[in-house]
Every structure is written in structure tokens, then in C-alpha cells.
Design a binder for this molecule. Sequence first.
Ligand code: NAD
Length: 383
Amino acid sequence: MKSFNFFMPSQIRFGAGRINELSDISPSLGKSCLMVSRPVNGSQKETYAKINGILAKVGVSVVHFDEIVPNPTTEGVENGIKKALNHQVDFVLGVGGGSVMDSAKLIAFLYTKDAKVDWDQAIDQYSNPFAITDKPGSALPFVAVSTTSGTGSQSTQAAVVTDTANKNKVTIFHAALFPSVSIVDPELMLSVPAQVTAATGFDAFTHAFESYLGNLTSPLTESMSLQAIKIVFDYLPKAIADPSDIEARTQLAWADTLAGMCLANGGAQLPHPLGEIIGGICPRVAHGETLAIVYPEFLKYKEPLAQEKFAKVAAYISASDDERPMSDHINELLEKVKLSEALKRSKITKEEHHQITEHPLLNVLQPDNVAQIKSIMSNSLLV
Ligand code: NAD
């Protein structure tokens, strides 16, 4: 067996109703928290009210910071740090999808007394996903409550944020960005709309699949990847057809959590930086949709190079008499969950098209293979 690393320091509390356990977890972290979320009166207002009630009963006060946007920004993080400072909170609670969890992670991790973040330094200093280095001395404890099944942020050491001035999505890595505790309660996901369910479910698939294709796998992550991929294929169409199907929501939440651990230990592949280029320039396009845009062209490029792994995954997820290649299964899933329409929905303008296809990152992703990478990107944008 080859050598490998596996690291996962978060306590995961998984299952329907586990949100109530905030009453056990929170008092040991302090008397007041910053709850980070989407707008207070938005589609998750009942979840926020429930959490307020649970924390009030155990004497933990809540300062609500509800300014996070999808494809979250560096300004959002800085404003969150200011609010945390003004109210001198003891810990940070992120309640939402990847956008909220990542912002809350960074608010807790980069919390400083003068509320000013040196982003260039942070991006440079925290760029290695696998380094074990000291965290900033002023970092606050962080608890994640995931409300989508997709990014795996509840089980990764990563936080993605958009530097709006430069239209760049960047990822900050540190072992302390694994949440102290993650609550994964599928009941909180029953309200996720169909299009978000599709985009996030596909994102979970990509984490499991891309880490499986990489060379940092272990026996543990390989079996977790296969399990997560099969769950997405079996349950994503069910959750879209019936959003109230708690079994489908539970299975997808588990696939998401497994896939997050695979991502944390094995990393992603080409579709992720390509998708992030699109998301940085077009922040209206959801992360999972950007992945759906580049996937068909990525598959054409990658399947001939990784035939054995593609075949193993296809054999794991399909019936024994189904001999179609894995790329066919993935393209069929994209059709089934209407992500094959992601490019049309994204309405990328001429100017954005130019910025995407001329993005400087395309020259450094695989320096020996720039023409191929550029053609994957430009072919992905052909309507
Ligand atoms: P999101 O957090 O942006 O949420 C998408 C939409 O769904 C939002 O409008 C949100 O308000 C809504 N929503 C969330 N939960 C809901 C619920 N329970 N009911 C109703 N509506 C709900 O989407 P996401 O895909 O979860 O996160 C995307 C972000 O995560 C991107 O910035 C992406 O780059 C990042 N990401 C992070 C990691 C990581 O390891 N940290 C990995 C992959 C992606």
C-alpha cells in the first residue's frame, strides 16, 4: 500500500434535529457569538429564529451579521470582523451554504484588533492546504451549520472569497479553517430550491470525483469518494423531484460531508480553477453552475488520460450490463438535473467572455499545456 496522509480534526454532528445540540456546544465557547448568514428575512429566517431561541435558552447572546452574498467578498469578511470587534463576541457561528460558512471561517480566523485584513499577505501565507502551521493568535473559535449539500466546507480547511477589485476568487487554506464543530442537519436543507440543489449536489460530486482522480488519495478517501459519487447519482434527481424527501436530503448531506473530507485530503482538479475564473468574473453564476459549464470539455480531455480510474468509478455506480464510459454517465446527470443549461443561464457577455478566455491564470495552471487548457475554456463557452 502507498503512503498517505489523512487529516480531519472537526467534530461532525450529523443527522436530523442535531441543530438543537447548539445548546450543548455553545456555552463552552463563550457567552456571545456572531451569527453569520444570508439576509435575516430571507428564505432561511425560520432557521435563524430557531437558533436564536436555542441559544437564548442557554444564555448565549447572538449578534446577527447577515450581509453575506453568494460568491462572497473580501468586504463582507472585513465588515463581519468589524461587527465581531464592536460587540466583542467570543465565537463565530456560520449558518448557511459555502458562501456563508467560508465567510464565517475567515471572520473567525482573520479576526484582528484593528479590523484591517492584509489580503495579499493572507493569500500568500495560507496557500498550502496541507501545512500544519500556527494560526493567528487572535483567531476565534468557529462552529459551522451547513444548510446546502455541496461545498463540503463543514469538513474542509479551505475558505473561498472573491477579491472584488481584481475579480479574482481566491482560496485560503489553514488547518484552523476546519470548523471546531460542524452540525450537518438535513432538516435545514428541505428549503433549498431545485436549482441550488442541483448546483450544490453536482459540486459535491466534483469534489469526490476530482480528488479520486488525483494522486493524493488513500484507501480511506478512495472508498469515501466512490460512496459519495454513487449517492449523488442515486439521490440528486430524487431531491430535485421532491424537495421534501428527507431521505434524499440526508443522503446528499452525507455525500457532501464525505466529499469535503476527500477534497480536504486529496485536492481538486482542473475544473475548479477554471470554474473559479468564471465565478470571479461573473459572480452571479453559482459555483456549481460554473463547474457544470466546464465539465463536458474537461471530461473529453481527461477520460483518455485516466481511463482506469474513470472505468472504476463507472463500474461502481452503474449496473453490470451498462458499459457506457463514465463521461456519458456524468453528461447524463448534467442533463437530468438541468445543469446542461448552465451556460445558457449564465448569459456571459462578450466582454466577460474576453476576460475569461484571456485570464492570466490560464497560462500557469499547466504551463506545459497552455494551448490545451485555453481550448478547454473557450470550447466550454461555445453556445
Ligand atoms: P451559497 O452558499 O452561495 O448558497 C446559494 C444560495 O442558496 C444562496 O442564495 C443562499 O441564500 C441559498 N440557500 C442556502 N441554504 C439554503 C436553504 N437551506 N434554504 C434556502 N436557500 C438556501 O452556495 P454554495 O454552493 O453552498 O456555496 C458556494 C461557495 O462555496 C462558493 O463561493 C464556492 O467557491 C465555495 N466553496 C467552498 C469550498 C470549501 O472547501 N470551503 C468548496 C467548494 C466551494
